[in-house]
Design a protein around this ligand. Structure first.
Ligand code: FMN
Length: 144
């Protein structure tokens, strides 16, 4: 498969998660491109069989959680019609309802969101490859 991983990152955690995911997709034999939201390669996006979008949790810790850099996501993501899409967020303490809001944002871009996960910023080395395993299992199950 051709996989596109798009990330929005302020302090580097989500970027690191995206790169770890790319390593895991590549290790499983999939051609993978990683792009920041404001520099998405449209040709790669058009050719992608699978899209992963990640961002960070922005909020007031206990409430008001929303996808970090939502403006960039809206502006930078191409329309994702017919692309199976998986989403993730990184967080520090409490992600609240951020995934629900990220899924809604991606749906507004035409994405078919198949799954989403919150990744604690301290556990990216283990949780990012696990996320990829889950995505690949989900894709295989959908193809059966
Ligand atoms: C302005 C701001 C607000 C944040 N709000 C929350 C929050 O409400 N809950 C939480 O768990 N983490 C919160 N965080 C932590 C980030 O979501 C977390 O560190 C994330 O991994 C940052 O990703 P990045 O390094 O890719 O920017 C906040 C960080 C910032 C800078």
């Amino acid at each position: 498969m051709n996989v596109l991983v798009v990330y929005e990152s302020r302090t580097g955690n989500t970027r690191r998660a995206a790169l770890l995911m790319a390593d895991a997709f590549e290790a499983a034999g999939h051609t993978t491109t990683v792009c920041p939201t404001m520099d998405v390669d449209l040709k790669v996006a058009a050719d992608a069989d699978l899209v992963v979008v990640g961002t960070w949790t922005d909020g007031l810790v206990l409430f008001g959680h929303r996808p970090g850099g939502a403006g960039h996501l809206v502006k930078g993501l191409p329309t994702l019609w017919d692309k199976p899409t998986y989403a993730f967020v990184t967080y520090a303490i409490r992600p609240g309802g951020v995934l629900r809001k990220l899924n809604a944002l991606l749906a507004s871009k035409g994405a078919d969101v198949k799954g989403a996960l919150e990744l604690h910023r301290r556990h990216l080395e283990t949780d990012a490859p696990d996320f990829v395993d889950g995505v690949l299992q989900s894709v295989a199950a959908a193809a059966r």
